[in-house]
Design a protein around this ligand. Sequence first.
Ligand code: ZN
Length: 490
Amino acid sequence: MAETHDLVLRGGRVLDPETNHDAVADVGVTGDLITAVSTTPLDGRRTLDVHGLAVAPGWIDMHSHAQSLAGHRLQALDGVTTALELEAGATPVAEAYGEATDEGRPLNFGFSASWAQARMAVIGGMPPGGGLTATLRRVGDPRWQAPARGRALDEILELLGSELANGALGIGVLMGYAPGVAHEEYAAVAALAASAGVPTYTHARELVERVPDILIDGAVELTRVAAETGAHMHYCHINSTSIRQIDRVLGLVEGVRAEGARVSTEAYPYGAGMTGIGASFLAPERLANWGITPRSIVYARTGERVADAVRLAELRAEDPGGLAIIHMLDDQVPADHAFLDRALLADSTVIGSDAMPLTWTSGVADPYAWPLPPAAVTHPRTAGTFSKVLRHYVRETGALSLLDAVSRATLLPARVLGDSVPALRRKGRVQAGCDADLVVFDPATVSDQATYEASTRPSTGYRHVFVAGEAVVADGELVLSALPGRAIRR
Ligand SMILES: [Zn+2]
């Protein structure tokens, strides 16, 4: 007797990057698992006709700082089913997992151990925890960036090791925010990751072209450590840390990979970055290094373009954790766009959004409001990254095949994590026995809608998004009550 599935997605174009499956089939789901993929019709207690639509694994975002209900909702409408905070991380991870679990999340979530927060506690003497909000507020504070003396490095490594034992998904390293920290410390953190068999996720140190007196070039450092320690070094947003030096950086990555080192790369398709305005690299005297001025910076809270160095210094002192957009490359200028293209289209580059928390221009957060009111602003990458890739690189320019783009959003990130995190071996795939995290979208119309001016406008084109078999988007609409997201731990 034929098996009856809870749900059958009937007649969609099923994309499975691991098996190169790109053909019409039925997909059966029972409970939280995919139970069949079949070219002969499946039997379901419920059937959704998805003819003419693509059925793919849900996007796995390795770089999401949007760890809130509203953030997850925006990402759900961009096709994301797993949103991981790996670059900044969270220490203690137990606090971050606990908060997300208590509040409930539409999307699966997970955290790395935070080297920056470990340093803030051990070197800076700051109280532990507080998540990204605390990290951003303190990010420009020189106290946590001081050299590790005596037993301090051992204490940092011990803390990170205990975080890994508590389920952290590797180690996030905001090296670029602490330019004075010794290279040897970075190498020691990588060696710890290598011995634990987990990846590191790095916001790399500055490049020598921009800061000639930097202790060590950020790309040389990351690739050297990959080669010397054997650690899997994940190069976060290689677009925004490399900017116009992308060819040299990719050359270094390819060079060490050819010799067996493990370096994975990640990019998002926007020319502007976003971070806390108090970051060391946004000091007024440093901007000229990378060819920008205070006018290149837009302070999110007021929407103002920062008038001059005096105003920049004022904002950095008043609100160091206040988010700001930094216009580094102009998406409208073809030569600038080409730098982004090379980052995103490089071999095996993972799509990672670097989705940001919301800034409330009213000064009062309303985290449960939906649709989001105009007072909530962010970087358009939060809401639009994955759909912009599908619109621009698949549909408009044809630079990526649909299956290749899907692979960069699903299988490739699952593989970065899969060696150390068993849960990721069942994600990023449309195969029987894998998790029923699925997106159903129209490849002919799927599109980002968010812009720098309308930064929280959700993407369009997703008919259904399932997390663990439960719809978080149904018939194109967000299901506000759905909170099927699960904690992903090592
Ligand atoms: Zn970063």
